[in-house]
Design a protein around this ligand. Structure first.
Ligand SMILES: Cc1ncc(COP(=O)(O)O)c(C=O)c1O
Length: 378
């Protein structure tokens, strides 16, 4: 007997049953199986369960739900767990799409977001009310790279009979496993590191079954299901995830240290630098001495100088997204965080000259030379 080594792509939206009774039982959930790909698809399920195995290797009763994108995962998690008159404590600095969901959409449905600096535990505690149902954090925040104390946030959330949800896109399970630090649900934009090659869009949510049920229901009813071809690419990406993340993090650590002293750079933020405000937290929260492959830099001279720096790069590409094998740069205020006005940018700690560097797998010396030549002409 043999079976395929590669993951089979089940490119079918519908499934055939031997009889009407079997069909009813699978749809009704009495028997495990596949009925319709918006509900479950074998390729998508295999991808999600592979992420669960990475996020929660020793934990029992953990499941995972695959999504069409990171934002589909975020929105189904929020809408599955929250209802009108609930409050959610979220980060004042986070991915712009998530920030937009918090500030623009949740209030329309009567859900009150309280956005605070999650590294300030007193502020988080002060934001808790009897209506708090969720604390929502990013392991490494987009784009300021702040690192909240997940164990302390879990304690505050659980004391308030609410849940801690963590977007761990920037960390990946290679660097941090939030469920091991008390989080109830962890989610990813799989578009980034999990896929790793900038050729597939997806999301995934992992958690204990009790916390996953509402997320699954929201996914099915809101329709953000992962397509089987995308699931294949994302699953293939997982096979090299640890190799890529280790190499990318090692290169980023070298670049961050070298760039910190450059006269054209006002500030470098990287969780691995002792100057990072949460370096101590990152040192125990993160695994194997890895601190990720995202670096932010405040370029002296503000917005114009930051854009000129981006334009001067050759090996590092001006490109959307992050976490792939390619090194990329983006200017936060005009791209990923364009939804924030000046006041919100300042509140989120995003300087006008801030650029985000996503370090890929290219030769570290080539990257350093490229960054230096672009900084020299700003
Ligand atoms: C931290 C984080 N979460 C969620 C998302 C949304 O993911 P997607 O673009 O796959 O919807 C992003 C996208 O950049 C992100 O950076």
């Amino acid at each position: 007997m043999s079976r395929p080594l590669g993951l089979p792509v089940v490119r079918s939206s519908a499934f055939v049953f031997a009889n009407a009774h079997d069909y009813a039982e699978v749809l009704g959930g009495q028997v495990a199986g596949y009925a319709y790909s918006r509900i479950d698809n074998p390729t998508a399920t295999t991808f999600a369960m592979a992420v669960a195995a990475l996020e929660a290797p020793g934990l029992a009763d953990v499941g995972a739900e695959p999504f069409a994108s990171g934002m589909a995962a975020v929105s189904a998690t929020l809408l599955g767990h929250l209802m009108a008159d609930d409050e959610v404590i979220g980060p004042a600095n986070c991915y712009g799409g998530t920030w937009s969901l918090f500030t623009r959409w949740l209030p329309r449905w009567g859900i009150r977001p309280l956005l605070v600096d999650l590294t300030d535990l007193a502020a988080v505690q002060a934001a808790v009310t009897p209506s708090t149902r969720m604390i929502y954090a990013e392991t490494i925040a987009n784009p300021t790279l702040s690192v909240p104390d997940l164990a302390a946030l879990a304690e505050i959330a659980h004391r308030a009979q609410s849940r801690l949800v963590v977007d761990s896109t920037f960390a990946t399970p290679v660097i941090c496993r939030p469920l091991e630090h008390g989080a109830d649900v962890v989610l990813h934009s799989a578009t980034k590191f999990l896929g790793g090659h900038a050729d597939a869009t997806g999301g995934v949510v992992v958690g204990r079954r009790e916390h996953l049920g509402p997320v699954r229901d929201a996914r099915i009813d809101l329709g953000g299901c992962l397509a089987p071809d995308e699931a294949f690419l994302l699953h293939r990406g997982l096979e090299t995830l640890a190799l890529r993340v280790r190499q990318q993090s090692a290169t980023a650590a070298v670049l961050a240290a070298k760039l910190a002293g450059h006269p054209a750079v006002a500030r470098v933020r990287y969780p691995g630098l002792p100057s990072h405000p949460q370096h101590g937290i990152a040192s125990w929260l993160f695994r194997d001495g890895l601190f990720g492959s995202l670096i932010t830099m405040d370029i002296r001279g503000g917005r114009e100088a930051a854009m000129a720096f981006c334009d001067g790069l050759r090996a590092v590409r001006i490109a959307s997204s992050l976490g792939s094998v390619h090194s990329k740069v983006s200017h936060a205020a005009s791209t990923t965080h364009r939804q924030l006005d000046d006041a919100a940018l300042a509140a989120a700690g995003i300087a006008p000259g801030q650029v985000r560097l996503s370090v890929g797998v290219e030769d570290p010396e080539d990257l350093l030379a490229d960054l230096r030549q672009a900084l020299d002409v700003t």
